[in-house]
Design a protein around this ligand. Sequence first.
Ligand code: LLP
Length: 404
Amino acid sequence: MFNQYTISQFRSLKTPFYYYNADLLNKTLAAIRSSAEFYNYKVHYAVKANANEKILRTISNNGFGADCVSGNEIEKAIQCGFDPKNIVFAGVGKGDDELQFAIENNIFSINCESIQELEVIDYFAGMLNKKASVALRVNPNIDAHTHHNITTGLTINKFGISENELYTILSNRELYKNLIINGLHFHIGSQITDNTVFVNLCNKINQIQKYIYEKNIYLPHLNVGGGLGINYESPINQIPDFGAYFSVFHNNLKLYKIQQVHFEPGRSVVGQSGSIITKVLYVKENSGRKTIICDAGFTELLRPALYQSSHKIINITSETGSSVYDVAGPICETSDYFAKDIIMPETNRGDLIAILSAGAYGEAMASQYNLRSLANNYFSNELEAYRLKSNLIPASVEPEFLQK
Ligand code: LLP
């Protein structure tokens, strides 16, 4: 994963930083592409997971569409090569300027989350002399069995419109003269690791579609959102099982005429390709607890503090001994921990630590709290190119503890 030369390169870089494995990202994209092509599914990468420009360019070069949640995301996606015709725009509170920007750019679909929003989109489309293409985001009241802060498809959540509102909108759809209502949209949550949740979603969609099609309304686009989880416990070189994921929809969704199915994966696309490399500043011992204080904090990876999530943490410069540690950051907040009670090799000031599976919702959720600087990012292929150019140590020298 990290060979000795890479680690020696890391030593010369200012920490903390994000390190992206370009090879794994490309392999992941190839896996998604081949599985999606098999079922003729359209994939829109959820930009919110990681909007790093090089990552966006790599993904757009692979022919993916984009799922955006702000005007700025749409703008950046277009700049990074995504075709507006493959961009969808979600969000429970889209601003007037953002909606106008989306309409002006003729994006593929605005995923609408309320009747009020539908009226606003209709108004702006009329004003701009356009027909806006709209999908209705339905809240299906399906439990995603994930952390409550990343659950979006229950009626207690703010997202989507109710089934009743959906039927009202559809029966009054001729009122919206400047809209083409041509799709349904669902997204029930993130980091979903139990495929039966997606089966439940499919069953619910089938029920809703049956009702709609009995009324002779034809919506050619069905967007089932994102949410596929990744393996945080054992992440090394992991590519999520997209074949199994897509087959759940293939086996359970009942499609009408030639409906096109769309997906919006984020985490599963980029999650395993990113790590945070951080330096150990101090190792404190308070009342028998050993706490590693490293120079990354929740400003670089908010997930553990916000969702109590756990990421695999490895010391990449020490392999001897072992002890139980808490791993914390430098931020002046009690929640600024990456892990508690984990076993690590004997760790000392100056060691480098890698926090894995940080490619999704890591850099994208970075903040400058405590007036910290935003961390840099490096890509494996750039460091490798530098290695070849400087003709230094061969890359194949793996430290023993990473060869397992
Ligand atoms: N589509 C919509 C409408 C979404 O709201 C999201 C994520 C996605 C697609 C992509 O979901 P994914 O495939 O990445 O699960 N910051 C949290 C995750 C928040 C997800 C928000 N919406 C975390 O770090 O776990």
